[in-house]
Design a binder for this molecule. Structure first.
Ligand code: SDX
Length: 428
């Protein structure tokens, strides 16, 4: 027996079907609301209560701290899978067989060159340009060099565009970092795995032999898996709505990069380290910063804390915190900023202000500690988030296009001036 929601307006009753997801989530289907009620709409700033789509990719339970990609728990995937396997799972829905993974890997390797003229675009940026702005621009510029990847409809055309962006995105990300360091723009080594190759492109030096490090590779691979998808977050919703106009995959990803850049979203991992460094420079006075975060008159927020969905704990933060201890231990690194982070979290998790608002460390709170240990510059942290989130964006864009979803176009409630006649300037 399907459930029904009844809405009453001015004595008139309207019924709407309730859909139930595979994890028993309920959603009121209001597709007919405006027609049935003669134009009544809903209002929900930040879409805190509004579902934009049905999706089979990622499931979150904010109360229980559950995160699953295509039904597999994040804990298992972080422990047992590698990033390219997880990318395939998110995009195509199933863990790949050895043959499928090998073909995906080879197809990506085939496409991992970038048109030399792209370097001229990169050259146009000052070294001081933020890497996220550069990466968003270069991703959009890729369209000009791959015109066949724009308004793709068939699954074959989509696969071609997907492989191209999976292959070229890490090259562009590495070039973005190397430009800032005045290093030659390196190509990878197709004998290496996806994540190993990314690390080599980022860190190889023309005057030194590149030394692979399994501890570093494994840490990076796990971080990318933990960031790979997160249902309808801000940047993914951006990718879906841009993609819904059929602007193409690369343009949608470019828009997603810009959304992720914001310090309330993916930019938080950079903001966390800057905050922790400020606390360290300020003598480690965590209490002062906790009080600033609680002060309504102070715009300061405890970066890396709080989440729209997780109201208990972010399962990714738990995994990353454990991994931070392991990686720093394995690499023999003492980072006082990690101790400050732990101290800050301990105090905040006991404080009524944070407890009452259910504010816990999120994915960004500890990730920067590991990136620092891997010698990744702070301004590149959100680029690392984007590298992880790429397969999630692709999967969500592909799902939206294969389902032929309508163009995204929310409504509003107008609160401006009523009709008024134009006045010539002499009368104003
Ligand atoms: C990511 O959506 C996703 O899935 C995102 C993400 C992903 O994988 O894609 O998980 C990645 O973006 C993680 C979040 C990274 N951002 C930060 O760490 C920035 C700091 N956090 C906040 O700005 C905030 O918590 C958000 C943006 C994450 C969530 O904001 P909401 O859900 O809109 O909550 P809100 O701003 O309405 O806050 C509710 C209350 C407010 O206080 P009151 O007005 O009720 O008194 O909690 C307070 C806020 O002032 N609050 C904080 C706080 N976060 C919320 N107070 C101090 N410090 C904070 N960090």
């Amino acid at each position: 027996m399907s459930k029904i929601a009844t809405l009453e307006i001015d004595g008139n009753k309207y019924e709407f079907p309730i859909i139930e997801g595979t994890e028993k989530e309920l959603g009121i289907d209001i597709k007919t609301l405006r027609t049935a009620t003669g134009g009544v709409t809903t209002i929900d700033p930040g879409y805190k209560n509004t579902g934009s789509c049905e999706s089979a990719i990622t499931f979150l339970d904010g109360e229980k701290g559950i995160l699953r990609y295509r039904g597999y728990s994040i804990e298992e995937l972080a422990e047992k899978a590698d990033f390219l396997e997880v990318a395939y799972l998110l995009i195509f829905g199933e863990l790949p067989t050895a043959a499928q993974l090998e073909k995906f890997d080879q197809d990506i390797k085939e496409e991992s060159h970038v048109d030399e003229d792209m370097k001229k675009i990169l050259d146009g940026f000052p070294k001081s340009a933020h890497p996220m702005g550069v990466l968003s621009s270069l991703t959009s510029a890729l369209i000009a060099f791959n015109p066949g990847s724009v308004d793709v409809d068939s699954e074959e055309e989509m696969y071609d565009a997907i492989v191209k962006i999976m292959a070229k995105f890490p090259v562009l990300a590495a070039w973005t970092m190397r430009k800032r360091k005045s290093l030659p723009l390196d190509y990878g080594d197709s004998s290496l795995g996806y994540v190993e190759n990314l690390h080599k492109m980022m860190f190889s030096r023309p005057n030194k032999t590149y030394e692979p490090n399994k501890i570093v590779y494994d840490a990076l691979d796990k971080l990318l898996i933990l960031h790979a998808d997160h249902e309808q977050n801000c940047s993914t919703s951006t990718v879906r709505i841009v993609g819904s106009s059929h602007a193409g995959l690369f343009a949608s990803i470019s828009a997603g990069i810009s959304a992720l850049w914001g310090p309330l979203h993916g930019g938080a991992n950079q903001a966390v380290i800057e905050m922790l460094e400020a606390i360290k420079a300020d003598g480690g006075d965590t209490a002062r910063y906790i009080n600033k975060a609680k002060d309504k008159n102070d715009p300061f927020r405890l970066m890396g804390f709080g989440h729209r969905v997780y109201k208990n704990f972010d399962p990714r933060a738990k995994i990353i915190k454990k991994s931070a201890d392991e990686v720093l231990g394995d690499l023999g690194i003492e980072d006082p900023v990690l101790d400050i982070a732990k101290g800050l979290a301990e105090v905040a998790l006991e404080d009524e202000y944070f407890v009452q608002r259910k504010l816990y460390p999120n994915v960004d709170f500890y990730s920067g500690i590991i990136y620092r240990a891997l010698d990744i510059p702070t301004e590149m942290f959100t680029v690392m988030f984007a590298l992880g989130r790429l397969p999630g964006w692709i999967a969500q864009w592909r799902e939206m296009r294969l389902r032929k979803e309508p163009i995204g176009r929310p409504r509003q409630i107008y609160t401006g001036e009523n009709h008024r006649d134009f006045k010539p300037v002499s009368e104003r």
